[in-house]
Design a protein around this ligand. Structure first.
Ligand SMILES: Cc1ncc(COP(=O)(O)O)c(C=O)c1O
Length: 282
């Protein structure tokens, strides 16, 4: 497999990072994951904008790299320009002797990119997935797509051990989002999701789904869902670059609705898949 590291395309085994890299020592870096359908980078501009924002918020220098060209080159060199794949991009503040404060001298950010084939059980989209709730133990800048993911790792491990797809996070009695997905609930035909704030990642799939709601006349309320009201929701879904629009049929031991994917969720899932098809055809 060929990867990209600091300007070079090289076999993954030869891609070495310094032990002084601040990403390794301090999780001082950001990342993005973009889905690629038959070589098309889906919602690329939105991913790039979010990446640039994450860098800016952390005062990491914007690398002078054409990430779109790198992504296409990786897809091509790894024979992934047909089929389903993802591009992982990571940028860290760079290499410097370990200090908490930023390095005194200006350092060049470390840039790493990798293409991976993506596969998911297609039955999940039709049958829906099970989830659990877990405490949201993350920091107060969840809007930055930082590589510092330990609370997400621990929550997802809980889900894995429970044999379910995702952990839905709860902070101060409200649902924020999933460990690696956004969360929406439907009640009486209205879609509810946590408003954009420092407590959630501004999910790109979520942003697209909110636009689809507008087109489909599905009313949206950007209100946090109370943990105490969770079991009254008619439908639930998780959203993400990998998950797309994924119906949730169970949360902890509670069955959602009639235990089958809900009609509004499926309508949005179809609209999202249609949008992908349209994008690929362009
Ligand atoms: C915490 C969190 N929320 C939401 C998402 C979904 O974001 P997107 O739709 O941009 O993939 C992710 C994706 O990694 C995530 O890690």
């Amino acid at each position: 497999m060929t990867v990209y590291l600091n300007g070079a395309y090289l076999p993954k085994e030869e891609a070495h990072i310094s032990p002084d890299d601040r990403g390794f020592l301090l999780a001082d870096g950001v990342y993005e994951v973009t889905r690629c359908y038959d070589g098309h980078l889906f919602a690329w501009d939105r991913h790039l904008t979010r990446l640039e924002r994450s860098l800016k918020e952390l005062q990491i220098q914007q690398p002078d790299v054409d990430f779109e060209a790198v992504s296409h080159a990786l897809l091509k060199q790894n024979n992934m320009d047909t089929g389903d794949a993802t591009i992982y991009l990571q940028i860290t503040r760079g290499v410097a002797p370990r200090t908490h404060a930023f390095p005194k001298i200006s350092v060049t950010p470390t840039v790493y990119a990798l293409a991976r084939t993506f596969d998911m059980n297609p039955a999940d989209w039709t049958n829906g997935v099970k989830t659990i709730t877990a405490p949201d133990m993350r920091w107060l800048r969840c809007d930055i797509k930082s590589v510092s993911l330990l609370p997400n790792v621990l929550a997802q491990q809980r889900a894995h051990e429970a044999g379910v797809e995702e952990a839905i996070l709860i902070r101060d009695g409200v649902i924020t989002e999933g460990s690696h997905t956004s969360f929406c609930g439907i009640k009486d035909g209205v879609l509810y999701t946590h408003p954009d704030s420092n407590l959630i990642l501004p999910g790109i799939t979520r942003a697209i789904v909110l636009e689809l709601c507008d087109q489909l006349n599905i009313p949206v309320k950007l209100f946090p869902i109370l943990e105490s009201k969770l079991h009254t929701l008619d439908e639930m879904m998780i959203l993400g670059t990998g998950s797309e629009v994924m119906p949730v049929i169970q949360i902890d031991n509670h069955q959602v609705g009639n235990g089958k994917p809900g009609p509004i969720t499926m309508k949005l899932q179809k609209a999202y898949k249609d949008l992908i098809t349209k994008t690929i055809a362009q």
